[in-house]
Write a protein that binds this ligand. Structure first.
Ligand code: ADP
Length: 216
C-alpha cells in the first residue's frame, strides 16, 4: 500500500537575486512500512525535503499526498494537526526538556497522540528501562538520542522523519542508533525516512533516494 506520494515538489526560498531553489521538481512514492534513506551532499535540499513532507514547511509547488490526502490543500490548522498526530520528527540534536526524566520526555510525545504506543514496552525496546528516571544531563549522547526517538515514536506516527539522527554521535553510537531505528521500523511498522551521511544505512534501507541540487 502506498503511504506517501510526492509529485513535482518545488521549494524556493528568497526572491530575485537571493532566490534559492532548494527542491527542483522532486517526485517519488513510498510504500507503507518502508525504510527509506535519503542521501545527498550538504546543501542538496535534504532538510527542505523532510520539512515539506512533514507538514513543517509549505512547498512552493507540487503535491505531498499522505494516505491519498493532499497535505497542503488543508488549512494551516489542519496541517498542524496532521504534523502533531501523523508525523514523528527526530533531529541531529535531541531537544529534550532538561528538567524532565527520560520517561517524562517520552510522555510529551504521548500527549500529542490519539493512540500512543505502550510506554513500558517502548522503554524496553529502546533499552531505556533502567534509565527512565534519569534526566538528560545524566545520559550519554546515544541514550539522549534514544529518548528523542521514544518521544517521536510513542505517538505511533504514520511517518517517522529523521534528519541526520547520528550527526552528533561517535561511530559506535551511530551504528547503534541506526540499528535501533531499523528495529523500531520492523516492530511498529511505521514508515521511516532518514537523511544521513552514514553509509551503513544503505544495507538497511528498502529504498535509497539520492538527492543532488534539489533533484532525485
Ligand atoms: P541539506 O539539508 O541537504 O544540507 P540545506 O538545508 O542546505 O540542504 O538546504 C538546501 C538549500 O536551501 C540551501 O541553499 C539553503 O541555504 C536553502 N535553505 C534551506 N532552508 C532554508 C530556509 N529556511 N530559508 C532560506 N533558505 C533555506
Amino acid at each position: 500500500m502506498e503511504i506517501l506520494k510526492v509529485e513535482n515538489l518545488t521549494k524556493v526560498y528568497g526572491k530575485g537575486e537571493n532566490e534559492v531553489r532548494a527542491l527542483n521538481g522532486v517526485s517519488f512514492s513510498v510504500e507503507k512500512g518502508d525504510f527509506v534513506a535519503i542521501i545527498g551532499p550538504s546543501g542538496s535540499g535534504k532538510s527542505p525535503l523532510l520539512h515539506t513532507l512533514g507538514g513543517v514547511d509549505r512547498p512552493t509547488g507540487g503535491k505531498v499526498l499522505v494516505n491519498g490526502q493532499d497535505v497542503y490543500s488543508r488549512s494551516d490548522e489542519q496541517i498542524a494537526v496532521f504534523r502533531r498526530r501523523e508525523v514523528g520528527l527526530i533531529y541531529q540534536f535531541y531537544n529534550l526538556i532538561p528538567n524532565l526524566t527520560v520517561r517524562e520526555n517520552i510522555e510529551v510525545g504521548a500527549y500529542l497522540s490519539r493512540n500512543p504506543l505502550d510506554m513500558e514496552d517502548l522503554l524496553q525496546t529502546l533499552g531505556l528501562w533502567e534509565h527512565q528516571d534519569k534526566i538528560p544531563s545524566q545520559l550519554s549522547g546515544g541514550q539522549q538520542q534514544r529518548t528523542s526517538i521514544g518521544r517521536a515514536i510513542i505517538k505511533n506516527p504514520d511517518i517517522l522523519l529523521c534528519d541526520e539522527p547520528t550527526g552528533a554521535l561517535d561511530y559506535q553510537s551511530s551504528k547503534e542508533i541506526l540499528r535501533l531505528i531499523e528495529k523500531v521500523n520492523q516492530k511498529y511498522r511505521n514508515t521511516v525516512m532518514i537523511v544521513t551521511h552514514n553509509d551503513s544505512i544503505k544495507d538497511m534501507a528498502d529504498k535509497v533516494l539520492m538527492l543532488r541540487d534539489g533533484e532525485i
